[in-house]
Design a protein around this ligand. Sequence first.
Ligand SMILES: Cc1cc2nc3c(=O)[nH]c(=O)nc-3n(C[C@H](O)[C@H](O)[C@H](O)COP(=O)(O)OP(=O)(O)OC[C@H]3O[C@@H](n4cnc5c(N)ncnc54)[C@H](O)[C@@H]3O)c2cc1C
Length: 341
Amino acid sequence: MELEFVVPGRTPGFREDHPYQLAIVGGGPAGLTAAVYAARKNLDALLLTKDIGGQTLLTSDIENYMGYQYVTGRELAAKFEEQVKRYPIDVAVGEEVLRVAREEEGFVLTTAGGKRFLAEAVIVATGKRSRPLGVPGERELVGRGVSYCAVCDAPLFSGKDVIVVGAGNSGTTAVVDVLPDWRADPVLVERVAAAGDKVRTYFGHEVVEIKGEERVEGIVLRDRGSGTQLELPVQGVFIEIGLIPNSELVRGLAELNERGEIVVDCQCQTDVPGLLAAGDVTTVPEKQIIIAAGEGAKAALSAYAQWSAMKSSRRSWWTGSPWPDGAKWLSPARGSARRHW
Ligand SMILES: Cc1cc2nc3c(=O)[nH]c(=O)nc-3n(C[C@H](O)[C@H](O)[C@H](O)COP(=O)(O)OP(=O)(O)OC[C@H]3O[C@@H](n4cnc5c(N)ncnc54)[C@H](O)[C@@H]3O)c2cc1C
């Protein structure tokens, strides 16, 4: 099977209908770190992901990842990729996992392209994605003036009037991104304040509609207090109102909280034996690269610890034997007494 992701000394590719010991879904900081740790523990693992880098690809300046005083998101993603490539792990890039199902003998992962992968255990590290506004005109004008990534698209709007929707960190970062001449100040809000009359703020307003035929031509806002509406002529709309977890693939299987995050314990274990989760998609507080990477490492080590416990007890969770305390899953021994699908 063709694959760009080449592991030195190993035929590149992945195997459908092969019972992997561990499948990792997501190629952001959490999933890539889990992949390195799983490979170093010699687990027969597969990484399935839509892309390599995840949200780091949307990040311009990173100044809080240890070891780098400054690095761009793309540079960091490339470093992560380089490190994963050193290890013998199967990687399938460009694959979207639609569903993880638990069957009698393990997990079945189904992709958007109709592929089917098997694994005895799964780490879900699918991160988050931008939250849409849900107003008329938004969906129709995505890519034609409506953007969810100021970092990626700001240069396309040079010299144009744009509006940034959202006043949290993402929104404030976006304002800085569309005004690239303010790189000097360290604190985002100070940068915005320093822009003077280049930036107008509309606190207490909500978006009613994005207008335009071929491209964005304007936006209608409503003052929440008075109800008054106003229309602004803008050519770009950056929507930065937060992120939602990519947890649909395990909805109905694992417990999610009210925000849709996968509920995990301190060992990244969900309520389903053999199903672990790491990074932004989980209930772990604080969504940061270094935290996601740490959680990815923890999930893989947790998977390995459970596998070791099963190995020493020579029991398997799918045989119907009672699970020993503290060990829920994985086969007794790699390549020996494993029961195949
Ligand atoms: C604009 C912006 C700026 C940021 N700046 C910083 C910063 O300066 N410092 C910092 O520490 N953090 C920053 N963050 C947060 C940081 O990027 C995230 O916390 C981190 O990337 C989370 O890593 P993750 O691996 O959990 O998820 P993600 O990075 O979201 O990666 C998820 C991965 O899963 C894949 N995926 C999703 N669904 C599926 C599926 N169904 N099937 C297969 N693959 C799937 C995605 O393609 C992606 O590869 C920023 C985030 C944004 C959006």
